[in-house]
Ligand binder design. Structure first.
Ligand code: ADP
Ligand code: MG
Length: 140
């Protein structure tokens, strides 16, 4: 399998509860390397642009408010099959459906406040990485 890069976000429900380190440990234990990372506070407009694919969904407004409510940690994870591997480590969107040991099973509060974002395909990963990071900031 090829080495890939994926965009991860530690969401406001997790940064607020001081869970950045515990979540990063899950990535590293799974063999994902954190090759770029920064803590930022998104505006509602920036959150809305990032999640534009969901703009017609009923939860879009709530999702943008939540993502702009407090700081997030945006990261690039690198590893073999990193996109799918990260989705495994994250667990299902709804924490009540997430497998034991996954980030969302352990830490998520609800289907909305579910602690982490991860890119879902190579195309979205490259667009999402470029939304937050310049090439110079990616140190593999
Ligand atoms: P994932 O983050 O697992 O890729 P989606 O791309 O489907 O999930 O949704 C993006 C984000 O929107 C979710 O992580 C979650 O924060 C929020 N979300 C999804 N479905 C709902 C819902 N039914 N109610 C509230 N928020 C939701
Ligand atoms: Mg998604």
């Amino acid at each position: 399998m090829a080495t890939e890069r994926t965009l991860s976000i530690i969401k406001p429900d997790a940064t607020r509860r001081n869970l950045t380190g515990k979540i990063n440990a899950k990535f590293e234990e799974a063999g994902l390397r954190i090759i770029a990372q920064k803590r930022i506070h998104l505006s509602k407009a920036q959150a809305g642009e990032f999640y534009a694919v969901h703009k017609d969904r009923p939860f879009y407004g709530e999702l943008c408010d939540f993502m702009a409510s407090e700081p997030v940690v945006v990261q690039v994870l690198e590893g073999e099959g990193a996109i799918a591997k990260n989705r495994e480590v994250m667990g299902a969107t709804n924490p009540s459906e997430a497998e034991a040991g996954t980030i969302r099973a352990e830490f998520a509060l609800s289907i909305g406040e579910n602690s982490v974002h991860g890119s879902d395909a190579p195309e979205t990963a490259s667009v999402e990485i470029a939304y937050f990071f310049s090439g110079l900031e990616l140190v593999g």
